[in-house]
Ligand binder design. Structure first.
Ligand code: PGA
Length: 255
């Protein structure tokens, strides 16, 4: 990947459009100054359209936190990938652990992914083990999660997939995973993708890390963890922290 991808997952925040506009304004200002980084902001559904810039902002895209696996029809309360595309989203997160906790299986995540790809959008597919054990069972867990989640995906559509490796135990935690372990696991993720799709897809697929990332630890995670970017929760609704995070990662440069 030629540039870092740093996505902000705002989750169920903030509560008002006014606050959301303030946060987004800080990112619209910094994004054009970045040289090696693209940022994606994923606010709650009702704010996406209002925050989508009327003219494209360099290095910044809009995303959503989920999309229905269904395309249209009688499904009260759902929002389709096509609807999200219509209001400005270019990226959609699927399989976030908080959504998995509400009942999404790997099969459901796969169906959501297919809907996102069918709408022509890029999917940020979240995977990650519940806990880390010393005998390596987590690797099997990750492998099976990735295999089912990417079932029936073609190597060609892998160009529209980003994997976010987020160990569930690090999400919302005080500290991220150790950078050395991030390095090792992100390589493992690429290897699994290579085995399922093609060696080329395994090499090319961007792998982000997520879980307790902030401006103070982001550079080390990217440098030592050798990831293609980050998926950021809490720090993404703290404009000063997220702007700093973008700057420190951008200043690492990209080969
Ligand atoms: P966090 O969340 O950065 O607040 O740990 C990460 C995520 O849920 O993607």
């Amino acid at each position: 990947m030629s540039r870092y991808l740093i996505a902000g997952n705002w989750k169920l925040n903030p509560q008002t459009l006014e606050e959301a506009k303030k946060i987004a304004a800080a990112y619209k200002k910094i994004a054009p100054e970045l040289k090696h980084t693209e940022t994606v902001i994923c606010p709650p559904f009702p704010f996406i359209q209002a925050l989508t810039p009327s003219k494209p902002v360099k290095n910044m895209s809009m995303g959503a936190q989920s999309a229905a696996k269904e395309v249209s029809g009688s499904h009260t309360g759902l929002v389709s990938a096509t609807m999200l595309r219509e209001v400005g989203a270019e990226y959609i997160i699927v399989g976030h652990s908080e959504e998995r906790k509400r009942g999404d299986t790997d099969e459901v995540v796969n169906a959501r992914l297919q809907a996102v790809l069918a709408a022509g959008l890029t999917a940020i597919v979240c995977v990650g083990e519940e806990k880390r054990d010393s005998d390596g069972a987590y690797m099997q867990e990750l492998k099976s999660q990735i295999s089912t989640t990417l079932a029936n995906v073609t190597a060609a559509s892998a160009k529209k997939i980003v994997i976010a490796y987020e160990p569930v135990w690090a999400i919302g935690a005080p500290e991220p995973m150790k950078s050395e372990d991030i390095y090792e696991t992100s390589l493992f993720v690429k290897k699994v993708v290579a085995d399922i799709l093609t060696p080329e897809a395994g090499i090319k697929i961007p792998v982000l890390y997520g879980g307790a990332v902030n401006a103070a630890n982001a550079a080390e995670i990217v440098r030592i963890g050798q990831v293609d970017g980050l998926l950021v929760g809490r720090e993404s609704i703290n404009p000063s922290g997220f702007v700093e995070l973008l700057k420190v990662v951008d200043s690492l440069g990209k080969k």
